[in-house]
Design a protein around this ligand. Structure first.
Ligand SMILES: N=c1c2ncn([C@@H]3O[C@H](COP(=O)(O)OP(=O)(O)OP(=O)(O)O)[C@@H](O)[C@H]3O)c2ncn1[C@@H]1O[C@H](COP(=O)(O)O)[C@@H](O)[C@H]1O
Ligand SMILES: [Mg+2]
Ligand SMILES: [Zn+2]
Length: 150
């Protein structure tokens, strides 16, 4: 656990909403959702989770560190792929139970499918098909099999 970085106490609602103190709320599993956005294009890259330790590591390192729910471990994004995320700015919302991290995405992309963004499909409102269709918004930017050695 990083000892040099500490968070504020979560006092009353007004304090959490209006005071200039970072007092993140972790859920019953000790996690806070984190949306990573590209700092240049402002496009969403991915949604993942942080625990207290990974949030502190992120602040200390200047690179994004998540907590993987599926692998149940601290996850320094890019440790395998090299596609790390340099922290540009971190925001929290009114009740401080979510964070947005604006990043300088390193390498070919954030998504393990081989794309820049995990949000590479949009609901196709024009298609009028059933079931509701998705439209692709980007092509592959790298070969995931060679990057992740699967
Ligand atoms: N690289 C990614 C990756 N990049 C973005 N994401 C997104 O991050 C989300 C959170 O991942 P989690 O593992 O915590 O899974 P979860 O969605 O919380 O839980 P489940 O859906 O698995 O139940 C995923 O749902 C994806 O949308 C990724 N999810 C998983 N990976 C894996 O992470 C490993 C390391 O990759 P690098 O960090 O790029 O080196 C590789 O094995 C990759 O396959
Ligand atoms: Mg998921
Ligand atoms: Zn993805």
């Amino acid at each position: 656990m990083c000892t040099s970085i500490s968070f504020g106490e979560r006092e009353d609602k007004k304090s959490v909403e209006e005071k200039a103190v970072f007092a993140p709320k972790f859920d019953e599993n000790g996690l806070i959702p984190c949306v990573a956005m590209d700092s240049v294009t402002k496009e969403p890259l991915m949604l993942a989770y942080m625990n207290e330790e990974s949030l502190k590591m992120t602040l200390k390192l200047g690179e994004v560190v998540y907590y993987s729910r599926s692998r149940q471990e601290i996850w320094h994004k890019g440790a395998t792929s090299g596609h790390t995320q340099k922290v540009v700015e971190i925001r929290t919302d009114c009740d401080q139970d979510a964070v947005i991290v604006y990043v300088d995405q390193q390498g070919a992309g954030a998504c393990h499918t081989g794309r820049n963004s995990c949000f590479y499909r949009k609901v196709d409102l024009e298609a009028g098909s059933a079931p509701t269709a998705l439209a692709f918004t980007e092509d592959l930017t790298f070969d995931p099999d060679s990057v992740y050695k699967k």
